[in-house]
Design a binder for this molecule. Structure first.
Ligand SMILES: NC(=O)c1ccc[n+]([C@@H]2O[C@H](COP(=O)([O-])OP(=O)(O)OC[C@H]3O[C@@H](n4cnc5c(N)ncnc54)[C@H](O)[C@@H]3O)[C@@H](O)[C@H]2O)c1
Length: 392
């Protein structure tokens, strides 16, 4: 496998996963440079990784046309994927685009048109498909071990409201709302596991917890009720120091406090929701998401005509109950969950660089990316209009 140079657009927290990868697999890929609207964020990542040879580009154009970069990593907020993706594909570069592909179908189609006309790889960062937990469940379903699948239940419990509601993810104009910025992952997984197109979705959601607190302030450091707030964020003791540093730089540049009040921040999305999806092959799936959670995990339950499956990604254990025996089969994938996102990140980056060398097809195609967005947009509309929405 030849070593691929990759330029990063968006010195994001997510881009740090790529730095982690290139640090460990330096023979596979190297970061050539970074472009960000806020160049200090690029410097921060370079310093953090002591990446002396990585340059800071002055423009997106310069990054994309760097001859050392055969590939471009797009790690900007979701609404900002289309411009670098199209520019990079038109320049003949391989593209790793973070999920979701975009927040509108029009932008997806611009990327798809550019990808169809390019001889390079367009790779969508649906990393969940590459984690050992979901990969194994997909193998079990497609092997026929569960028979004909009837229902799938997926739950995501995530404490990430604590981050989302102080960042761009809280506003639809940047992330499309949580059904898109968060759940496009899970809708893609459901589509993949069901192996069919979604026909319709009914969804319900609400902002139930992170609502305005008139007695609170606009930032934790100046908040009169910080002593009693369950979500107080101490900027001096951040849980994620690198993310805190990046947010501190954004705060200095834009004035947006990095400890913006999660309750009083402006937002136009929800903190808990449920969706019921019906597939063309007579599978029904439910998906529950809560970003107000003490646990960070994803659970899956699949009922088939030959057996039942249950798994919890935090535990790394999948259990199967065949219908015609008393045996309970256990699959333990913990040993394989050895990089961020439960082992998904190293695997997806390795696969991307392999695709760049072999021009082989990515596991999630642009059509898959568009379909997960179609479902996410339909779920959003279902909540907005209070009715079932046809997907195709
Ligand atoms: N696959 C996953 O598991 C996963 C996890 C987290 C985030 N993501 C995705 O990764 C992307 C980045 O998310 P994040 O939370 O790490 O972002 P972030 O908020 O940490 O960083 C975004 C960066 O993009 C920069 N930026 C904004 N607009 C730009 C533009 N037009 N040109 C150049 N730079 C620009 C900002 O200044 C900032 O530095 C998003 O698409 C997100 O949905 C994926």
């Amino acid at each position: 496998m030849k070593k691929i140079g990759i330029a990063i657009i968006g010195a994001s927290h997510r881009s740090s996963a790529l730095f982690d990868f290139t640090k460990q697999y330096g023979k596979v890929a190297f970061v050539t440079g970074l472009y960000d609207l806020i160049p200090e964020r690029a410097s921060c990542l370079i310093d953090h990784y002591a990446a002396k040879d990585v340059v800071i580009y002055k423009s997106m154009h310069e990054a994309i046309h760097d001859p050392r970069a055969e590939a471009i990593f797009i790690g900007t907020p979701d609404s900002q994927h289309v411009e670098p993706a199209v520019m990079a594909l038109e320049a003949g570069k391989h593209v790793y685009c973070e999920k979701p592909m975009a927040i509108t179908l029009e932008d997806c189609d611009k990327i798809i048109n550019a990808a169809k006309n390019a001889n390079s790889v367009f790779y969508l960062g649906m990393n969940l498909r590459h984690g050992p937990f979901h990969e194994k469940i997909h193998q079990i379903i497609t092997s026929g071990q569960l028979g004909k699948v009837l229902t799938i239940e997926a739950n995501e419990y995530y404490g990430g409201g604590r981050s989302y509601f102080r960042r761009w993810n809280r506003l639809r104009k940047f992330g499309g709302g949580l059904w898109i910025t968060k759940s496009c992952h899970d809708f893609d997984l459901l589509n993949w596991l069901a192996g069919a197109k979604p026909k319709s979705v009914y969804a319900s959601s609400n902002l139930s917890f992170y609502t305005k607190k008139p007695e609170g302030g606009m930032s934790c450091r100046e908040c009169p009720i910080k002593g009693t707030c369950s979500d107080y964020y101490d900027i001096m003791k951040p849980e994620l120091p690198l993310q805190n540093k990046l947010l501190e730089i954004t705060e200095k540049t834009t004035g947006l406090p990095r400890d913006l009040c999660l309750f009083n921040s402006e937002k136009d999305t929800f903190d808990n929701g449920m969706a019921l999806v019906e597939y063309e092959n007579d599978i029904r799936a439910t998906y529950t998401v809560s970003v107000v959670s003490g646990r960070n995990t994803r659970e899956l339950r699949v009922q088939g005509t030959l057996g039942s499956l249950e798994g919890d990604i935090e535990e790394g254990i999948i259990k199967i109950w065949p219908r015609y025996s008393q045996e309970v089969l256990t699959v333990d994938v913990r040993d394989m969950m050895n990089s961020s996102h439960e082992g998904a990140d190293d695997r997806i980056f390795m696969d991307f660089f392999n695709c760049c060398c072999t021009l082989s097809k990515p596991r999630s195609s642009w059509a898959d990316g568009r379909l997960s967005l179609e479902l996410a947009l339909a779920a959003t509309r279902s909540c907005d209009e209070g009715q079932l929405i046809k997907v195709n």
